[in-house]
Unconditional design. Structure first.
Length: 154
């Protein structure tokens, strides 16, 4: 079954056995993190539209490099269902596990969005279709393109 998340001007669908792990909707960036029962996670950070996507992905990469010295990163540009995105595909070791992480940044409507999908590498392969489905539901939702329900202009 599918659960619906709707808050701070975004709407998305996710598996009902995943949990809303963390939310921030009182300060910028707005964010929501979803976690699978096996530890994979999908996180969205939403910034005002004037926030630079290229600066956000650079900051995200720098932060990851400071935490994981063995991090390997590859620059990626792709279309996410007709939305241009840029970011990094990354791999690193954490507690003897190889972890795969994908960061994508894109602009849509009145928001700049930073998306992170991460899991142990074998789990990432299993969860990748779910990560894609969550992202597609986000991008398909008209709520992402409307003004914030909090009445704030981005």
């Amino acid at each position: 079954m599918v659960a619906v998340y709707e808050n701070f001007g975004i709407r998305l669908l996710y598996p009902e056995n995943w949990t809303v792990h963390d939310e921030q909707f009182e300060a910028w960036p707005r964010s929501v993190s979803l976690q699978s029962p096996n530890g994979a996670y999908w996180e969205l950070q939403v910034y005002p539209s004037q926030t630079s996507p290229s600066e956000l992905v650079k900051q995200a990469l720098t932060a990851m490099q400071q935490i994981y010295e063995d991090l390997e990163a590859e620059t990626v540009s792709e279309d996410l269902w007709e939305v241009a995105a840029r970011g990094y595909d990354m791999e690193f070791f954490c507690l003897d596990f190889l972890v795969t992480c994908r960061i994508r940044c894109f602009q849509t409507g009145i928001h700049t969005c930073l998306l992170t999908c991460q899991a142990e590498s074998r789990e990432f392969d299993r969860q990748h279709p779910i990560f894609n489905a969550i992202t597609k539901s986000l991008l398909d939702a008209a709520a992402l393109h409307e003004p914030s329900p909090l009445g704030e202009q981005c």
